[in-house]
Design a binder for this molecule. Structure first.
Ligand code: PXP
Length: 240
């Protein structure tokens, strides 16, 4: 079954609501790892609305599993990433006015820019994952620029309002997985996944890592981070 990357952005969201020092996402990462998280994911946004540079720097020292840094493909972020050296980077699109990451990257439509960013990160020793919608053209573009991973955007699957639509969106993800693996890409997925909808995605052939944030932090507020992570590990394995 796929591994679990716990996205701790929203621990930082609570801290930033008061511009104070608690809760510390670094502490949340320690607890998530103790409970079985296979990786820690953070998104350093241009507007620094939750995760701060300080968090990424300390997490680089403290994370014992692997650190996945989500970031926009900008010069500022590139410089930070090359200095901090996360274990891998997930490139995401970013718009200041969005509540959360909305769509996938348009890799096919920005091939030269994307190729350059990926090459620069890989040249600095960092593997790169591209957060994209499960569309053939986008997947092929990621293979063309030699990204190692893609992260399939599961938002449409998670947001489906009825079973028929959910099933259709799952098929889109399954087809995306197949195309990606055939072209030599490794496949992760994330966005909007919950305890209730995770298992069918976890069962997709070739799926390697699921990056999950909001639902885990929401549950952690009520039952604690360790229990929330343990329960998600169970859900990925169809035992919750
Ligand atoms: N993967 C990517 C690329 C994301 O941008 C996000 C949201 O920050 C996630 C996964 C996690 O999404 P969620 O918080 O809905 O689980």
């Amino acid at each position: 079954m796929p591994t679990l990357g716990v996205n701790i952005d929203h621990v930082a969201t609570i801290r930033q609501a008061r511009q104070t020092v608690e809760p510390d996402p670094v502490a949340a990462a320690v607890l998530a790892e103790l409970a079985g998280a296979d990786g820690i994911t953070v998104h350093l946004r241009e507007d620094r609305r939750h995760i701060q540079e300080r968090d990424v720097r300390i997490l680089r020292q403290t994370v014992r599993t692997h650190l996945n840094l989500e970031m926009a493909p900008t010069d500022e972020m590139l410089a930070i990433a090359l200095e901090i050296q996360p274990d891998y980077i997930t490139l995401v699109p970013e718009r200041r006015e969005e509540v959360t990451t909305e769509g996938g990257l348009d890799v096919a439509g920005n091939l030269p820019q994307m190729r350059e960013v990926v090459a620069e990160l890989q040249g600095g020793g960092i593997p790169v994952s591209m957060f994209i919608d499960a569309e053939k053209a986008q997947i092929q573009a990621c293979a063309q620029i030699k990204a190692q991973f893609i992260e399939l955007h599961t938002g449409s699957y998670a947001g489906a309002e009825d079973e028929a639509t959910r099933h259709k969106e799952l098929t889109v993800l399954a087809d995306g997985c197949k195309i990606a693996i055939t072209t030599g890409l490794r496949v992760n997925a994330g966005h909007g996944l919950t305890y209730g909808n995770i298992y069918p995605v976890a069962c997709l052939k070739g799926m390697e890592e699921l990056n999950i944030g909001h639902t885990i932090v929401s549950r952690a507020v009520l039952v604690g981070m360790e229990r929330a992570v343990r329960e998600m590990k169970l859900a990925i394995n169809g035992k919750f």
